[in-house]
Ligand binder design. Structure first.
Ligand code: ZN
Length: 151
């Protein structure tokens, strides 16, 4: 295992053991729930979007495997404070990274720690579940289940 892989492994384990922005969010303006039946991951994403279209706070809660939990935690750190359109673009770039359309040097920061799942199709759904749930929250905000069938 090379040094970069070890670092990535450490980032994932750190976010799994100490998830950031974990728990419900009082005063959330948007929220959605997602479920990945292949693995059993459950996640809820709560957002506080300002009138000017910036994501203020973002929280998540749920129960899932190390990859889905770490991905949700990393996501909250990556999109907190971003304009909604930038968050959507970031999801697209992250998705491209995991589906081999993007390269792991795309300036995605700690999100690149999850690039290792790109060769594990089942795990890709674990990593993208929080992001699909974020997108559902931004698109509708209604509480509902997100399918990962097309992840
Ligand atoms: Zn999972």
């Amino acid at each position: 295992m090379n040094a970069l892989r070890e670092l990535y492994q450490e980032i994932i384990l750190d976010h799994y053991r100490r998830p950031r922005n974990f728990g419900p969010l009082d005063g959330a303006t948007h929220q959605a729930a997602g479920h990945n039946p292949l693995c059993g991951d459950q996640v809820k994403v709560y957002l506080d979007v300002s009138e000017s279209g910036e994501i203020g706070r973002i929280h998540f809660e749920g129960a899932g495997c190390a990859i889905s939990t770490a991905s949700a935690s990393l996501m909250t750190e990556a999109v907190g404070g971003l304009p909604v359109e930038d968050a959507r673009r970031l999801f697209q770039r992250f998705h491209d990274l995991l589906t081999h359309k993007g390269e792991p040097d795309g300036g995605l920061g700690d999100l690149e720690a999850l690039a290792g799942v790109r060769d594990l199709p089942v795990r890709i759904k674990c990593a993208t579940l929080p992001w699909h749930t974020l997108k559902a929250a931004l698109d509708g905000g209604a509480v509902g289940a997100v399918s990962t069938e097309k992840a």
